[in-house]
Design a protein around this ligand. Structure first.
Ligand SMILES: Cc1ncc(COP(=O)(O)O)c(C=O)c1O
Length: 364
């Protein structure tokens, strides 16, 4: 069986660097928020083309702290999507705000600017744009809408490290960009981690304080309310080893995706489309199909792992019933969630996957 995800092939490639990075931290006597985190923040900011970055404990925390930093909280609304899994919505709730879930463009499965235009209102405090599956969303119209409404944009780049729009990295367009380093991500740690990036250094300094209870530097005295969300030294040191390889990792992902697309040409499924001018990084290779159980059976028989991103639109989940969106209220989102299936795609994947996929497609 070719697993849906396996970090080991990539780990083997960088084994020496990773081991010496871990040793360096163990020898340093410092495990939390130290020089490795500081250096990684600077290196990640440079790679993203922004002025600064703040390391935190996860991608979900990154979004929550970004929103809090922007003053988004109780009584305000954040516009986002329901087909990107729970994390963006959970982060909005954790910040105390109300998620306003809008429909997607059925061609790209990204947030629909038209739906955003309709949803913008007096309580809108932020537009949270998810670059889903590693595909940049429709940034141009979305930034324009947000600017004319005077609303800040937070980019959720958890699935899009290194993706670009007209040559510029995602995460550098909004007021803030948020990343996850969960192990499956294009830039994955060996545990949890997250990052907030941006160009407003005063805002980033405030967010940096909120990751440790809002303490004034060098004291344990909270000047603003905060919480505990820290990136650790071992994860930062490992990520520093992997960051210089991000472009190569993404190039490899694109090449794998191109081979999948070649095989799928003419198959009874269609692939999620990328927008003109955008350079996706294929965090996931997502196919839309009419009969998902049939695809799942064919992939099982061919020995290929698969997954669904994401099966349940967030507004249909019991935890979010209070948002008051009945099934049927986001038709494109619901149709997408009913029809998507993800193929395994990661650096160093077993080359047999192509032969097996051809077999699975014949078997459909
Ligand atoms: C789109 C999106 N946003 C946010 C997150 C949250 O990241 P984390 O799992 O590091 O909290 C994830 C990852 O799960 C994600 O896929």
């Amino acid at each position: 069986m070719i697993p849906f995800f396996d970090y080991r092939p990539e780990t083997r490639r960088h084994a020496e660097g990773i081991r010496s990075a871990v040793d360096r931290v163990l020898e340093s006597g410092r495990l939390i928020l130290g020089p490795e985190v500081e250096s990684f923040e600077a290196e990640f900011a440079a790679a993203t083309g922004v002025a600064g970055a703040v390391g935190v404990a996860s991608g979900t925390d990154a979004i929550e702290l970004a929103l809090r930093g922007l003053g988004v909280g109780a009584g305000s609304e954040v516009i986002t999507v329901a087909n990107a899994g729970v994390p963006p919505v959970a982060a909005v709730r954790a910040a105390g705000a109300r998620p306003v879930l809008v429909d997607i463009d059925p061609a790209t499965l990204s947030i629909d600017p038209q739906a955003v235009a309709t949803a913008l209102g007096p309580r809108t405090a932020c537009l949270l744009i998810v670059h889903l599956y590693g595909f940049p969303a429709a940034l141009e119209p979305l930034l324009e809408l947000a600017a004319s409404a005077g609303v800040p944009v937070v980019e959720d780049c958890a699935q899009a490290h290194g993706a670009r729009c007209n040559g510029r990295p995602v995460g550098s367009f909004g007021t803030l960009g948020c990343y996850s380093f969960y192990p499956t991500k294009n830039l994955g740690a060996y545990g949890d981690g997250g990052m907030i990036v941006g160009n407003d250094l005063a805002l980033l300094a405030k967010i940096r304080r909120t990751r440790v209870y809002g303490w004034r530097e060098g004291t344990r005295r909270s000047e603003i309310e905060g919480r505990n969300s820290r990136l650790d030294e071992i994860q930062a040191a490992i990520l520093r080893v992997k960051l210089p390889h991000l472009e190569a990792i993404n190039t490899e992902r694109r090449a794998l995706a191109a081979r999948f697309s070649e095989l799928l040409d003419g198959a009874p499924g269609n692939v999620v489309a990328s927008r003109p001018g955008s350079q996706p990084v294929f965090h996931l290779y997502v196919v839309r199909c009419d009969d998902r159980p049939r695809w799942a059976d064919a992939l099982d028989r061919a020995g290929i792992g698969h997954a669904v991103h994401y099966e349940d639109p967030v507004h249909t989940m019991p935890a979010y019933a209070s948002l008051g969106l009945a099934r049927g209220s986001l038709p494109h989102t619901e149709a997408a969630c009913d029809s998507v299936i993800s193929l395994p795609l990661y650096p160093g994947i077993d080359e047999q996957v192509f032969e097996r996929l051809a077999t699975a497609l014949d078997d459909l």
